[in-house]
Write a protein that binds this ligand. Structure first.
Ligand code: 3PG
Length: 395
């Protein structure tokens, strides 16, 4: 159920779960993406004449009141983006929250203090969920990126009020469905990042769903090692070799073509501008050699595979993209994906912490079909797991 199903909203109070877990330095917001994605829902409710009470967490205070984790510094930047005042309530339940909401005019906005200052939040305590529900007439969840948490503000409260998906939540779910639920085929995935062990469930789920899967980053080293390729002194999880072989066998059974690096960029140190050389996968390496990026031939093969696909889902960089020149493969592939998407030939969805940074680094975030704001929630969704925050909206 989305906001369009909520009926007349004038005079009502909406409790809106947003994800304002934004990067901050010295009390200042350094990336306001998550504030901006909340604007369409807030504006829609304001225009309909509802009062808006924003509920969010910040960081992990573990049920304690930690002043440095207050949401108060967010109110100013949010008000600026909104072009309207944003009031602040010193607590997200009880007297302060009720008083702040009572004081709002129709269309007014209040930001409630960090919900994780209450231990009952993460415990999904029903009494606490009831206290949250008492603040409002309806609940709107606009925090896809926190939907993998079964907490009172993301899950419990949805059972005590009429509950709806906000605009950002709706857009995320539609994009993710277009990429993996009911995609236009063929579908290709790119999964990178350093460790196989953190993405096991994801890889297992994807090989059963995709036509092609390119593996990059440090985790590709583990796969190469499992195939008997010399990886020198590269980062790899050698104890995961059997698992990697199992994933390769399952991919073959499921008809999912795995693309592993056919050439790699090698250096003896990881520092900007380090001397690097490109070698074919399988060439002998020394114990000092570290594989830090995919090579140009690998990127050419990947790009050709992308050309033959209609949908792409991307999580994780292909190399150590934070340290140039080891960003070359990630940037080249991202630019190719952006060209194809702009030309209308590809639906491209990317997500997960590092991936967003990598696509931003390549300067193409605006060209993809959708870049998720979610980290952990995007991964759990790629693993095929139900997200409690989303499921509660269906119930
Ligand atoms: C995120 O930043 O990914 C979400 O806000 C979830 O935060 P958490 O991992 O602390 O639950």
């Amino acid at each position: 159920r989305t906001l369009d199903d909520a009926g007349a909203l004038a005079g009502k109070t909406a409790l809106v779960r947003v994800d304002f877990n934004v990067p901050m330095e010295g009390g200042k917001v350094t990336d306001d993406t998550r504030l901006r994605v909340a604007l369409p829902t807030i504006n829609k409710l304001r225009e309909a004449g509802a009062k808006v009470a924003l509920l969010a967490h910040f960081d992990r205070p573990k049920g304690q009141v930690v002043p440095s984790m207050s949401l108060k510094p967010i109110a100013g930047p949010l008000a600026e983006l909104l072009g309207a005042p944003v009031h602040f309530a010193e607590d997200c339940v009880g007297g302060p929250a009720h008083a702040a909401i009572d004081g709002l005019d129709a269309g007014g906005v209040v930001l409630l203090e960090n919900v994780r200052f209450h231990a009952a939040e993460e415990a999904n305590d029903p009494e606490f969920a009831t206290s949250l529900a008492e603040l409002a007439d309806l609940y709107v969840n606009d925090a896809f990126s926190a939907a993998h948490r079964a907490h009172a503000s993301t899950e419990g409260v949805a059972h005590h009020l009429p509950a709806y998906a906000g605009e950002s939540m709706r857009r995320e779910l539609e994009a993710l469905d277009a990429a993996l639920g009911t995609p236009q085929k063929p579908v290709i995935g790119i999964v990178g990042g350093s460790k196989v062990s953190t993405k096991l469930d994801l890889l297992k789920n994807l090989v059963g769903k995709l036509d092609k899967l390119a593996i990059g980053g440090g985790m590709a080293n583990t796969f190469l090692f499992a195939q008997g390729v010399d990886i020198g002194g590269s980062l790899a999880e050698k104890d995961m070799a059997d698992t990697a072989r199992e994933i390769m066998a399952n991919a073959e059974k499921a008809g999912c073509e795995l693309l592993l690096p056919v050439d790699v960029v090698v250096a003896t140190e990881v520092r900007p501008g380090a001397e690097a050389r490109t070698v074919k996968a399988g060439e002998a390496l020394s114990a000092d050699d570290k594989i830090l990026d995919a090579g140009p031939e690998t990127v050419a093969k990947l790009n050709a595979a992308i050309d033959g696909s209609k949908t792409l889902i991307w999580n994780g960089p292909l190399g150590v993209f934070e340290v140039p020149p080891f960003d070359a493969a990630t940037v080249a592939a991202a630019k190719h994906v952006a060209d194809k998407t702009r030309a209308g030939a590809l639906i491209a969805v990317a997500g997960g912490g590092d991936t967003v940074a990598a696509v931003n680094h390549a300067g193409v975030a605006d060209d993809l079909t959708f870049v998720s704001t979610a980290g952990g929630a995007f991964l759990e969704w790629m693993e095929g797991k139900p997200l409690p925050g989303v499921e509660a909206l269906r119930a």
